[in-house]
Design a protein around this ligand. Structure first.
Ligand SMILES: CC(C)(COP(=O)(O)OP(=O)(O)OC[C@H]1O[C@@H](n2cnc3c(N)ncnc32)[C@H](O)[C@@H]1OP(=O)(O)O)[C@@H](O)C(=O)NCCC(=O)NCCS
Length: 127
């Protein structure tokens, strides 16, 4: 049950029957170790009332698939060390967590696997 449904209604003309369940930002970056451009992931968040409904996986997979399509070597992002639940989620998605740097990285086979998946194409969900 979304008690704040109206606050999260889309302002995009022609899409006002769409509601925001979560968000993620990405920025282009460059990884010196792999000597390849990458994506930096930021502000990954699914609103509480939508958790456990695969929206997190959808957001994460969309970023990873896009990185793969663009030939990026890595997706990386920061996560607070107290945020164990979220770290567990990222590890389940195939990420490597490096506690010293509070950094998560998705690369290699784990990143490439997202390029092969077809069940998480970006789409607009309607409530
Ligand atoms: C982490 C988060 C994105 C997960 O989103 P979600 O929509 O609830 O997750 P999904 O429903 O897509 O779950 C996908 C898979 O991950 C698993 N999963 C979800 N949360 C998990 C957790 N805390 N620990 C382990 N696995 C988890 C699910 O069981 C599911 O597994 P399956 O595909 O085998 O069924 C969400 O809980 C969230 O936004 N948390 C706050 C994030 C935050 O603190 N952001 C700050 C920036 S780092």
């Amino acid at each position: 049950m979304d008690d704040e449904l109206e606050s999260y209604r889309s302002k995009i003309i022609g899409h006002d029957d769409v509601y925001v369940a979560g968000h993620v930002l990405v920025y282009p970056s460059y990884n010196g170790f792999f000597e390849k451009p990458g994506l930096f992931l930021d502000q990954m968040f699914v609103r509480k009332c939508y958790r456990g409904m695969k929206f997190g996986k959808l957001l994460f997979s969309t970023v990873a698939m896009q990185a793969e399509k663009m030939g990026m070597g890595m997706v990386d992002w920061l996560v607070a060390d107290w945020n164990e639940e979220t770290i567990n989620f990222y590890e389940k998605m195939g990420a490597h967590y490096i506690p010293e740097y509070r950094l998560c990285k998705l690369y290699g086979d784990q990143l490439q696997a997202f390029g092969k998946k077809s069940d998480y194409e970006p789409r607009i969900y309607q409530k």
